[in-house]
Design a protein around this ligand. Structure first.
Ligand SMILES: [Zn+2]
Length: 243
């Protein structure tokens, strides 16, 4: 038996266009589609959309916690409106650092968003969990694996998720796919060089060393071999609960 689908989600996290394109082209070659959570405007957004992928928003509210702003970044609604102007068709949202609150949920719903992807539920502890509808009316879709938790010592991408009942939702970042990161040192060594793609390429781990890209490529190959379709985050619904 195979699962009902794989929902690939991607946090852009302000990565260089060449880094983003590296992920996009890999998915296009495999005929897989994803939901891309947008952090900034770039011509790549059109390429992503034209390739049949879905767009979501990835607002960064972190500075609201730290300084009460002071950087001219505005308040939560300004941050959201800025991204909605870039991707007005977006229906899904995942905040940078999974920042969530009941007030933010209401703000998202009031601005026409329907799906919130801010909950990480580790696959190895809870298996595949159905989406649920929250009090603000949003459908909350949890993801079971995330690349940046793996590089901090978490589990590798669980290929056995493909054999379970339900939809496997995963989350990764193009920079870790590009670097084939395996631990935090791989990432930290590149700090200050995010726009120097030559440097990044020279620093990327070789294929077959067990990094994020190796794991995802193995997972995607299994997915294709087993005929498991990609499902869009925006199409996920809460399952009926047994009475
Ligand atoms: Zn992020």
């Amino acid at each position: 038996m195979s699962c009902d689908g794989v929902c690939i989600t991607i946090d852009m996290d302000w990565a260089h266009d060449d880094v983003l394109r590296y992920t996009l082209q890999d998915l296009i070659r495999r005929n897989l589609t994803a939901t891309w959570f947008v952090t900034h405007d770039t011509p790549l957004i059109r390429e992503i959309r034209d390739a049949g992928h879905e767009l979501g928003l990835h607002p960064n509210f972190n500075h609201l916690l730290e300084t009460g702003d002071g950087n001219g970044n505005g308040c939560a609604v300004d941050i959201l409106l800025h991204l909605l102007a870039i991707a007005p068709q977006a229906k899904c949202v995942r905040s940078h650092s999974l920042f969530q609150s009941s007030r933010l949920a209401i703000l998202f719903a009031d601005h026409g968003l329907s799906h919130d992807a801010n909950t990480y539920l580790p696959f190895e502890q809870v298996g595949l969990v159905s989406p649920w509808r929250g009090p603000a009316g949003l459908v909350h879709v949890p993801h079971g694996w995330e690349d940046d938790i793996f590089i901090l010592g978490g589990r590798p991408a669980p290929r056995d998720a493909l054999a379970l009942d339900g939809v496997f939702v995963l989350d990764f970042h193009p920079i870790h796919f590009f670097l084939n990161s395996r631990n935090d040192d791989d990432y930290n060594a590149c700090r200050g060089h995010w726009d120097d793609v030559g440097f990044l390429a020279g620093y990327a781990r070789k294929r077959g060393t067990g990094g994020v890209a190796d794991q995802l490529r193995e997972l995607f190959d299994d997915q294709i071999e087993q005929g498991v379709e990609c499902v869009r985050l925006v199409d996920l619904r809460p399952q009926k609960v047994r009475q």
